[in-house]
Design a protein around this ligand. Sequence first.
Ligand SMILES: [Zn+2]
Length: 255
Amino acid sequence: MEHGIDRNLATSADRADYLVELSNIVRRTDFGGPAPRSLHRLGLVVDALVRLTGDRRVAVYCVADRSLLGGRREFTEPGDAPTLARWVAEGLVEEVPDADERVLEIAGMTGIQVVTGDYYDDHRIEHPWIQGNTWQFLRPEAAGRGAVRLAPLDMGHRTGAEISKKMELSALKKQGLLTAARKPLVEVVGRAWRCPDARCSLYSVHRGGRVMLPRMRGGVPTCELHGTPLLDDGARPGAAQVKLVLDGECVGRFT
Ligand SMILES: [Zn+2]
């Protein structure tokens, strides 16, 4: 790992020339070798930025999902996880529960360019400035001989329906409710659930109110609040659509 890139890591976004969505970059397997996660990819991105700007001290601010370091076994280079942990401890990488949200918050406020491969389809209601943006996002691409170049990402326009679909998928994914093929786990989503705590009505379809998505833990639907396995409450009643609500937003409807 290029420890030399430490000096290119900024401790705050306002000292940086570029924002890097580190979780996205570290996990891309279309450049920088086959490892599921690799910090070498950040080195390649910094090299590309040095070439792009002509500035060896070009500064990047990195934001990472907390889960990036959580999956440390996916780093095949033994030094990577300790290096990342040190960067987080030294404030060179900002670790947050949801990197997408933080990246877009900073980018929206400051107009800084973002290195990422993500189209953020599920965030376009909250961040309408992404629609049609052709300059603010840069995607790393393999440029031969192991190098990377950065290409402006045309974010395009997404329709309301496309955005809702992506929001629904991303809410399901957050709760562990997508299969490997990115399909909803119908055997969970299609059934009614209730918490063993009788006072807890977060999942009750009989109340007629909002219904939360169960969170899968170890393959078991669990209560978000109590952490206990939910009880199967039968097929979702009636033919009425069930609105799935997460964080106060309707994220999907299932019949
Ligand atoms: Zn509960």
